[in-house]
Ligand binder design. Structure first.
Ligand code: HEC
Ligand code: HEC
Length: 305
C-alpha cells in the first residue's frame, strides 16, 4: 500500500485499529473484575415501571469465550493480512496480486482457444465470425471508452472504421499501434508562421486543401507559410504516417473542422496519446483485436466475391 502520502496516516490507522481491539479487551477485563454484590433475590436493585427489575447475572462463559476468540482472531488476522496501515501482512496478500494471478490463470485457460487464431493471418481472421465476436468483445472492454463502441471515435480520438489512418492501416501497423501505443505530437507553430494574421491565412490555405469553404485571398497569402508545415504534413498536405501527421486534404478532422480549430492547432500545438497495450493484453489478444480493427475498414478475404 504505497497510496499513503505520509507515514502519519499509516500510524493513524494502526492506532485506531489496535485501539479498538485493545479497548474491547480492556472492557471485557474490567467488567469481569467488577462484582456487584447481588441482593438476596439476585437483582441489581433497580426497579422500573413499578415491578420491572434487572437480574444481575454475570456474562455467560461461552459469550466471553467468543469475545476472546474474536480478539485473538483479529490480532492474528492483522499479522497475516494487510490491515495495519501500510504493513503488508506476513502472507503478502494483496487485491492487485490476486487480480493478476486471476488474469494469468484466465489467460492460461484461454491459450488453446487463442492458439487457433495466432496461426492465422489478419485477412483470414477478419472473415472468421468467431474471432470477430471475440475481437469485438475485447474492443468493448479495452478500447470503446476512447474510440467509441462503434469505433468511430470522437474529437481527439481517431475513427478506426474509416480508411483514413494517422499511423497506417496495414495489419502490421495496426498491431504495432496497439502493442506499443502512439504519440501524435504537433508543436506550437505560431512563431514559425508569423503574425496572428499569417496564422489565419495558413488556416485558410489548409481549408483549401480539402476544398472546404475558405477565403481564397487569405489562402493564397497563406500558401507560402505552409512551408513550415510541409516538413511533417508533406508539401501537398497529404500527411506522413511515419510521424502520425494527419492528411490535411481529406476533409477528415481529428481535432475539429474550421478556421478556429486550425488556428488553435497551429497556435497551441497538440500532444495526443494512444496508450500501449502490451502489458495489459496478450500477444494473441492483440492479434485478434488488430484483425477486428482492420476488418472495420476492409472486406475480409473470404467475403470477397
Ligand atoms: C485512453 C484512450 C485510448 C484507449 C483506451 C485506446 N486508444 Fe487507440 N488511440 C487513442 C488516441 C488518442 C489515438 C490517436 C493518437 C495520435 O493522435 O497519434 C489512438 C490511436 C489509435 C490507432 C491509430 C489510428 C490511426 O489512424 O492510425 C489505433 C489502430 C488504435 N488507437 C486502436 C486502439 C485499440 C485497438 C484500443 C484497445 C485496445 C485502443 N486504441 C485503446 C486513444 C485511446
Ligand atoms: C513536427 C511535425 C508537425 C509540424 C511542423 C506541423 N504539424 Fe500539424 N500535426 C502534426 C501531428 C503529429 C498532428 C496530429 C496530432 C495528433 O495526433 O493528434 C498534427 C495535426 C494537425 C492538424 C489537425 C488535423 C485534424 O485532423 O484535426 C492541423 C489542422 C495541423 N496539424 C495543421 C498544421 C499546420 C497548419 C502546420 C504549419 C503551420 C503544422 N500543422 C505543422 C505534426 C506537425
Amino acid at each position: 500500500m504505497s497510496d499513503f502520502t505520509s507515514s502519519f496516516w499509516s500510524f493513524w490507522v494502526i492506532t485506531i485499529t489496535l485501539g479498538g481491539i485493545f479497548g474491547c479487551a480492556l472492557l471485557l477485563w474490567m467488567t469481569s473484575r467488577k462484582k456487584v454484590e447481588p441482593g438476596a433475590d439476585n437483582t441489581t436493585g433497580h426497579v422500573w415501571d413499578e415491578d420491572l427489575t434487572e437480574m444481575n447475572n454475570p456474562l455467560p462463559m461461552w459469550w466471553v469465550g467468543l469475545f476472546i476468540i474474536t480478539i485473538v482472531f483479529s490480532l492474528l488476522y492483522l499479522v497475516a493480512y494487510p490491515g495495519l496501515g501500510s504493513y503488508e501482512g506476513e502472507l503478502k496478500w494483496s487485491t492487485r496480486g490476486e487480480y493478476e494471478s486471476e488474469v494469468a490463470k484466465a489467460n492460461k485457460e484461454l491459450e488453446p482457444m487463442y492458439a487457433q487464431f495466432t496461426a492465422k493471418k489478419t485477412e483470414e481472421l477478419a472473415g472468421d465470425p468467431n474471432a470477430m465476436a471475440i475481437g469485438e468483445r475485447l474492443f468493448m472492454n479495452n478500447c470503446a471508452q476512447c474510440h467509441g463502441s462503434d469505433a468511430r471515435g470522437s474529437k481527439g480520438f481517431p475513427n478506426l472504421a474509416d480508411a483514413d489512418w494517422l499511423h497506417g492501416g496495414t495489419p502490421e501497423k495496426i498491431k504495432e499501434t496497439i502493442t506499443k501505443g502512439r504519440i501524435g505530437m504537433m508543436p506550437p507553430m505560431a512563431a514559425a508562421v508569423g503574425s496572428p494574421d499569417d496564422v489565419r491565412n495558413v488556416a485558410h490555405y489548409v481549408l483549401s486543401l480539402s476544398g472546404s469553404p475558405h477565403d481564397s485571398v487569405r489562402a493564397q497569402l497563406g500558401k507560402a507559410k505552409f512551408a513550415a508545415c510541409a516538413a511533417c504534413h508533406g508539401p501537398d498536405g497529404k500527411g506522413n504516417q511515419a510521424i502520425g501527421a494527419p492528411n490535411l486534404s481529406d476533409d477528415i478532422w481529428l481535432h475539429g473542422w474550421g478556421e478556429n480549430a486550425i488556428v488553435a492547432m497551429v497556435t497551441g500545438g497538440k500532444t495526443n496519446q494512444m496508450p500501449a497495450q502490451e502489458g495489459k493484453l496478450t500477444e494473441a489478444q492483440i492479434h485478434v483485436l488488430a484483425s477486428y480493427v482492420w476488418s472495420l475498414s476492409h472486406k475480409p478475404a473470404s467475403a470477397k466475391p
